[in-house]
Design a protein. Structure first.
Length: 400
């Protein structure tokens, strides 16, 4: 189709994705070809456990790629990285994104000097991280989180409690089998003082050698899903599990040696907005993934239709609105991505009006996640239907 197009598609690619990002992506794809773990033998399929294991191996390869190719060209690399992972292996891309982009960024933006050790262990590949906000009863409604972190003044520890099954953490990627540490969102409670709202904690949950949960923690893998089968989504509950006082991510608030809460940001609403700003990472990641998935599906379907002249042109026309959406959404997603990078950099340096920017990013990313998910779902379904009987082939679903 590129050969018969009426415009220079290379110029269009450069406009949409940026020349520097495209060059980075070519380098990444070239390195990928030398990694056998990313390729299956013809006709080979994997059982669920092996699929999980292979996906984690790929995620660690992605982490190696990130170290190798990350340069001072910060934005182009990040843009290339998102597109590269979406096209190469989505499951492993999501897993690597969770323990680097979400887990690592949460520590970097919400933590302080006392948490640098966790980032060093993460960079050395000594831990696998997960991000635990969502609970059974409320989804990701942050105001309804029930998991408790009760401060023990005598032992200078937090006691983690899941008061009921509705408060169980769920759907967390990497949690089901492989995560050794999590970022846990819980209500900080100081007995006799009060409840100080939602805070993030770094919580070790498994022995790094055996991958068995520590006493006081119950973890289960959530089973098969309709997609992203390589990701081990999990569910977790706490029974008076203790973590050190220092594991509280304390950039916006802390508990002093006297057991008193110290607020770094006077306005409670601004404090919550700043501490939850990191959640936009996941929403923007989903937005970008939806754009990649929809564009892949449309390319597959439109190329098929181009070579099937017997199919009515009206079928082709049905896909055109979604093709237009891909162009618009790509520009929007890239812009949103740049703003979030700016916010995360400001948060790590403690610069600028984080609360105001955090509120805007929270609102826009919260809207973009469902809107782009719905559009991608509908467009992919149209693409599958356009492929007629071929749309039912497993290979088509892997693409779409």
């Amino acid at each position: 189709m590129a050969k018969t197009s009426s415009f220079n598609y290379e110029i269009m690619r450069a406009f949409l994705f940026g020349e520097d990002a495209l060059k980075q992506q070519e380098l990444l794809l070239g390195e990928l070809k030398n990694q056998p773990v990313f390729f299956l033998s013809p006709g080979e399929t994997l059982a669920k456990d092996e699929l999980h294991r292979r996906s984690v191996q790929k995620a660690f390869k992605y982490a190696d790629f990130r170290k190798t190719f990350a340069t001072q060209n910060f934005n182009p690399f990040r843009e290339a990285w998102v597109g590269f992972m979406g096209y190469a292996d989505k499951d492993a891309g999501v897993q690597e994104g969770i323990f680097n982009a979400m887990f690592g960024s949460a520590i970097g933006s919400m933590g302080t000097e006392r948490h640098v050790k966790f980032l060093e262990e993460l960079a050395a590949g000594k831990m696998v991280g997960a991000f635990c906000l969502t609970e059974i009863a409320h989804g990701s409604n942050t105001k309804m989180v029930q998991t408790q972190a009760v401060y023990d003044k005598v032992n200078r520890e937090y006691v983690l409690k899941t008061p009921n099954f509705e408060a169980a953490k769920c759907w967390s990627g990497n949690l089901g089998k492989f995560a050794t540490h999590v970022i846990l969102y819980a209500q900080l409670i100081i007995p006799g003082e009060g409840v100080y709202g939602l805070h993030g904690f770094v919580v070790p949950i498994r022995d790094g050698r055996t991958l068995l949960p520590y006493p006081g923690i119950t973890i289960a893998e959530m089973g098969e899903k309709t997609g992203l089968q390589g990701i081990d989504n999990g569910i977790m509950m706490f029974n008076n599990y203790r973590i050190p006082k220092e594991n509280l991510l304390n950039r916006v608030g802390d508990v002093n040696d006297e057991g008193k809460y110290v607020r770094q940001i006077a306005n409670l609403r601004k404090q919550n907005t700043t501490s939850l700003g990191v959640l936009s990472n996941g929403r923007i990641g989903i937005t970008l993934t939806c754009v990649v998935n929809l564009s892949q599906s449309l390319v597959f379907a439109l190329r098929y239709l181009e070579n099937e002249p017997k199919i009515p042109t009206s079928v082709n026309y049905d896909l055109m609105p979604y093709l237009a959406v891909v162009y618009v959404s790509n520009i929007f997603a890239r812009t949103l991505f740049h703003y979030q990078l700016k916010f995360m950099t400001m948060a790590q340096k403690g610069e600028g009006d984080l609360a105001a920017m955090g509120m805007e990013m929270h609102a826009v990313s919260s809207a973009s996640k469902p809107v782009f998910s719905w559009v991608a779902r509908d467009g992919i379904q149209k693409a599958i239907e356009a492929c007629r009987s071929l749309g039912f082939h497993r290979g088509t679903y892997r693409t779409c």
